[in-house]
Write a protein that binds this ligand. Structure first.
Ligand SMILES: Cc1cc2nc3c(=O)[nH]c(=O)nc-3n(C[C@H](O)[C@H](O)[C@H](O)COP(=O)(O)OP(=O)(O)OC[C@H]3O[C@@H](n4cnc5c(N)ncnc54)[C@H](O)[C@@H]3O)c2cc1C
Length: 454
């Protein structure tokens, strides 16, 4: 088959993989699907907080793209340019630069974490967007707790045991709940760490948590986190982050060695290199998800700015008419399904349809056995919301094998202690080299007190 029969999808996230899988089941008038993505796996972002809390292994919140596809071709490569005249995309691959011709081209390359929102964020805070970020944060937390045991300076110990999370949206709330439970669960393995030395603080600039959900569920989430000992500070804006901790707009400083940032995304730099119209850094699309003035080009997911044609109020009580689709996994999947039908219709010479999707709801966990959710307008909290969350994401996981592994892991975690394995990825030739994770000299003057044994 020649390349001019290719439907090339750039990006193997929620949008790209859903689209490829759906197209495999539709008549495509002799076209074939080629998915190009920079990683070999797709990441289930809503479960990243569970990796931090050691509720699941990192490998289980990613799925190999090759295993998700049946008839589509997968190319692991980072797309860097599009030549619209020759109708090829240029990807950097393991085997060098690779050109792939296309009849239709779909952009689904998502967005990146924004680390420029607050001074010092990029240098001193830990973003949460990739599975590597989640593994790094989990390892950092374990390193901090292990180091407290070896330090004798009281102020330094307190700073090492203070974990600050910036952002009280879904990710921030879930990370705070997971972390609070995780720290409580692992403390018994660190007998030289005192109860009051491990703290989690959640900072939110708005006057409430989870502004996507009705206020009553925001209050429920707040109560649930406070019950777990999380210090939630609403109406609190971060002015800067540095090596000593977080400086707030009101001049207060929170001493912390670990600041996790769950706010903000920025456009993927690729948007600037593909020669399409942008609005607020996202690709402008027509109602049917096609890109204006680029024949055979389409965009879906977080990289696209898509008008939602649904006329009715959605499950969150918002009127969705004329609104733009929010950057969520639920909408990315809905857009992918709609585009699959539009592509098949286009190839068959039938008219395409405008995108419309009514949100089914939203949910967040606030730690072990607790959550909040609104589904089809119904508000649920506590254990039922937590169970709903787990059931929903288990169903979303591709392949039966993966579903079973996660279910077993979740069940295992209900009865056994959290895993405190901290893999350093040490290789033999580094075994006698200086430790790469050795701590820099402390910001406060070290105490002359020797480490006391309890
Ligand atoms: C921590 C966190 C928690 C979240 N929780 C929720 C939640 O609970 N519910 C919800 O609905 N949404 C949630 N989201 C948002 C959701 O994950 C995104 O909206 C969704 O992933 C968007 O899907 P996408 O396919 O557009 O982008 P992505 O899933 O980000 O996929 C983009 C893909 O493109 C690839 N790519 C990027 N650049 C290139 C390139 N140049 N060449 C080739 N490939 C490229 C990337 O590697 C990636 O595979 C969360 C996000 C985060 C970060």
């Amino acid at each position: 088959m020649t390349d001019d029969r290719n439907i090339v999808i750039v990006g193997g996230g929620f949008a790209g993989t859903t689209l490829a899988r759906r197209l495999e089941r539709l008549p495509l008038a002799g076209h074939r699907v080629v998915l190009v993505s920079e990683e070999s796996t797709t990441t289930f972002h809503p479960m990243l907080a569970e990796v931090i809390g050691a509720a699941v292994f990192p490998e289980h919140v990613v799925a190999p793209i090759r295993q998700m596809l049946r008839t589509s071709r997968f190319v692991m490569g980072r797309v860097g340019a599009v030549d619209w005249q020759r109708r090829v995309v240029v990807a950097s691959t393991l085997a060098g630069e690779h050109e792939i011709g296309f009849a239709h081209l779909v952009f689904a390359f998502g967005a990146r974490a924004d680390l420029d929102l607050v001074p010092g964020l990029a240098e001193h805070a830990l973003p949460l967007k990739l599975v590597g970020d989640a593994i790094f944060i989990r390892n950092r937390v374990l390193q901090r707790v292990a180091r407290i045991e070896l330090e004798s300076d009281r102020l330094l110990r307190r700073r090492l045991g203070h974990f600050v999370i910036v952002g009280g949206g879904f990710s921030g709330v879930e990370v705070a709940g997971q972390l609070a439970d995780f720290l409580r669960g692992v403390r018994r393995y660190y007998p030289r760490v005192d109860d009051g030395e491990l703290r989690v603080t959640l900072l939110e600039s708005a006057g409430r948590l989870l502004s996507e959900l009705p206020p009553s569920l925001g209050r429920t989430a707040l109560a649930s986190l406070m019950q777990r000992g999380v210090d939630v500070r609403l109406g609190t804006r971060v002015a800067a982050v540095d090596s000593a901790g977080v400086r707030l707009v009101d001049g207060t400083t929170l001493a912390s060695e670990t600041v996790v940032c769950t706010i903000g995304t920025r456009p993927n730099p690729l948007v600037e290199r593909i020669g399409v119209a942008l609005a607020r850094g996202r690709i402008v699309t027509d109602a049917d998800l096609s890109i204006p003035e680029r024949n055979g080009a389409w965009a879906i997911g977080d990289c696209a700015r898509i008008a939602n044609g649904a006329a009715a109020a959605d499950a969150l009580g918002r009127t969705a008419a004329a609104a733009f689709a929010p950057p969520t996994a639920q909408f990315a999947v809905a857009e992918a399904n709609a585009l699959a039908l539009n592509l098949a219709a286009h190839l068959a010479g039938r008219p395409t349809q405008p995108f419309r999707h009514v949100s089914k709801g939203a949910m967040a966990t606030t730690g072990h056995l607790r959550g909040v959710a609104v589904l089809f307008g119904m508000r649920v909290s506590g254990l039922p919301a937590w169970l709903l969350w787990r059931a929903y994401y288990l169903l979303q996981m591709p392949t039966l094998g993966r579903k079973v592994r996660i279910w077993v892991e979740w069940t295992w975690a209900m009865f056994f202690a959290a895993d405190i394995t901290h893999l350093r990825f040490l290789r033999s030739y580094e075994a006698d080299a200086p430790r790469r994770d050795a701590s820099p000299p402390p910001a406060t003057a070290p105490s002359a007190n020797p480490i006391t044994t309890h």
